[in-house]
Design a protein around this ligand. Structure first.
Ligand SMILES: [Zn+2]
Length: 319
């Protein structure tokens, strides 16, 4: 028997066919073309599943289940996509039912960051950890929680929104409408905004004069010794550490898997993060805690989607 895993992002759609042990055999990739609306995207998913199965030489009748991860908010228990910001037209869409009907394969959806956490737990850096937190800091901030070895999604699938913890009341405006969310400060978008705003008044900085500074420009300038860039990364790292310390106090995890492009900025961000995490958490809560990088890279979400399909098949829970 086989399984299908799908990672549906705002820009890219990836579909994998995996064997009964969850090993990926065939992967196809296409642009999502999200701007063309809901029905177009659903058609692309269904076509990509057919293409992947054909390429793999697997009949759809041999597939036990399909798992799909997509940006939140979603309600996995109800099988409904609520309203992801970067998938226009997807509002309260019963995607499990639609995909099950269109593909003939029992389908299960979940939040993409939660599935990445599951992927790392089942096949990556977090194997064997029963209490673990996965955090990825890139354009936005995504996270997933595993408690007692199982995904923790909250009452309606919305748990783990680490990026929207308010760490600086009255701080910069977030995409969610609140102010001072961690994502507005420490994500790639937040770092780029800080660079744009503060470089104007700092003619001596390498960031001054850049029309659209990116988080990578800030990391590069900081590594070259630029004071403003270093201060921006330190600020982002400090707030990231504050949120992480809060998570440590709340969940007493044994493992945090921390990844994403912003973390690759290196020690100028991670150093202040660790200091601030220590200052904002109990020593007892941190005992034995390990912080590691992800092992599955960009495939974490796709592997997690396959693992989710495998789990659901075992539990035989209906869509
Ligand atoms: Zn927010």
């Amino acid at each position: 028997m086989a399984f299908v895993g799908i990672d549906l992002g705002g820009t890219q759609l990836r579909v994998a066919v995996a064997d009964d042990r969850g090993r990926l055999k065939t992967v196809v990739r296409h642009p999502t073309e999200a701007a063309r609306g809901r029905q177009h995207v659903i058609n692309r998913i269904v076509d990509a599943v057919a293409e992947a199965l054909k390429e793999d030489g697997t009949a759809s009748g041999r597939v036990r289940a399909l798992g799909i991860g997509l940006p939140g908010p979603v309600d996995p228990a109800a099988g409904i996509v609520i309203s992801p910001a970067n998938l226009p037209g997807f509002r309260n869409v019963p995607l499990n039912r639609i995909l099950t009907r269109a593909t003939g394969i029992q389908s299960f959806l979940h939040h993409d960051a939660h599935l990445a956490a599951l992927g790392e737990h089942r096949r990556g850096a977090a194997r064997g950890a029963s209490e673990m937190i996965y955090v990825t800091v890139s354009t936005g901030i995504g996270a997933g929680l595993l408690l007692r070895g199982e995904l923790y999604a909250g009452a309606h699938g919305i748990a783990g929104e680490v990026g929207h913890i308010v760490v600086q009341p009255g701080g910069p405006l977030c995409t969610c409408g609140n102010r001072g969310c961690l994502e507005a400060i420490a994500s790639g978008t937040g770092i780029a905004r800080a660079a744009r705003e503060s470089a104007r008044g700092t003619p001596g900085s390498a960031l001054h004069g850049l029309e659209h500074p990116h988080a990578e420009d800030v990391a590069r300038a900081a590594r070259a010794g630029d004071e403003l860039a270093t201060a921006i990364l330190e600020n982002a790292g400090t707030y990231l550490g504050l949120a992480m310390g809060t998570l440590v106090n709340l969940f007493n995890p044994q493992l945090i898997v921390l990844g994403g492009s912003v973390i690759k900025s290196g020690n100028l961000l991670v150093g202040p993060m660790r200091r601030s995490m220590r200052a904002s958490s109990w020593k007892a809560s941190r005992r034995g805690l390990r912080i590691v990088g992800p092992a599955l890279g960009d495939d974490a979400g796709l592997i997690g989607a396959v693992e989710y399909a495998r789990l659901y098949t075992r539990h035989a829970r209906p869509a």
